[in-house]
Design a protein around this ligand. Structure first.
Ligand SMILES: [Fe+2]
Ligand SMILES: [Fe+2]
Length: 269
């Protein structure tokens, strides 16, 4: 089993200080093999916010894989936003393009679904271009052929989640899901909607599991208290434990387990 701490939507610049202390303690106690951060590390893409996010990442005892979110392209510096949207992110956090990280039997592929601008009113929505879908699918195929289970990490949900979590999915999501399922992706880790959930994706005939993290630190909870997920990933089984902030500590809220038979995920009995 590989143990993943899945944290998301940290929104440094607008964090809850009590949650930050509690999160550091909870991650230390969990001792994950890797921490995956699915975007929105900052609130507005300010330098100071990135520095705070980088300082937090420096406290992690595990290695980490991070992908940018829509809040990580500078909001107030339009020159940077249009011409070098990921320059600050790459200076402070790391690679903002496609990433691949193998961890024993598991391969993590990080994808940037955030955009500096789009031909629609709301630029917070995500998009996966055809070239990104193709590149991520090619990596997934290689990793699957090498005998590894492939998890994708990106900021924007590619499928409808429960309740308000599902109102906005990434552009080209259906096309992406088809390609990812055909090329052996078995789970997709996302954030953005600040609501935790996990379920097999019907549009992939349940061949891909969607795991959405809530916000780990933000004061923009949209009705949910900060939370993060601990994922134990084995060959054909995934166990997810949600930890939620209560009285200054992240406490276990519940567990979900899924098993995979003939490539299809089902809730474990
Ligand atoms: Fe967010
Ligand atoms: Fe977001």
């Amino acid at each position: 089993m590989v143990k993943i701490a899945h944290i998301s939507d940290l929104h440094f610049g607008r964090t809850n200080p009590a949650a930050l202390t509690a999160l550091t303690q909870a991650l230390d106690a969990a001792e994950p093999d890797i921490t995956v951060i699915t975007g929105d590390l900052t609130q507005s893409g300010r330098r100071r916010e990135f520095a705070e996010a980088a300082a937090f990442l420096g406290t992690l005892k595990s290695r980490f894989l991070a992908v940018p979110g829509n809040h990580d392209a500078p909001v107030y510096n339009l020159g940077l936003r249009f011409f070098k949207p990921w320059a600050r992110y790459e200076t402070h956090i790391g690679d903002a393009s496609i990433q691949r990280l193998a961890l024993g039997p598991l391969s993590l592929v990080g994808v940037n679904s955030a955009r500096r601008a789009q031909p629609r009113l709301n630029w917070s929505y995500g998009r996966l271009s055809k070239s990104v879908i193709k590149a991520a699918s090619a990596i997934a195929r290689e990793e699957q052929d090498a005998g590894r289970q492939v998890f994708l990490a990106l900021h924007h949900p590619v499928t409808l989640g429960p309740g308000k979590a599902g109102s906005r999915i990434v552009s080209n999501g259906e096309q992406a899901l088809q390609a990812f399922a055909e090329n052996g992706v078995s789970a997709i880790l996302t954030g953005h909607v600040h609501v935790a959930s996990a379920a097999p994706i019907a549009a992939t005939d349940d061949r891909i599991l969607s795991i959405q993290a809530g916000t780990a630190l933000s004061t923009r909870e949209r009705g949910e208290q900060p939370s993060f997920g601990l994922i134990d990933a084995g060959d054909d089984q995934i166990r997810l434990s949600i930890k939620r902030l209560a009285d200054g500590r992240f406490e276990p809220e519940g567990e979900q387990a899924f098993t995979r038979k003939a490539g299809v995920w089902r809730p474990a009995a």
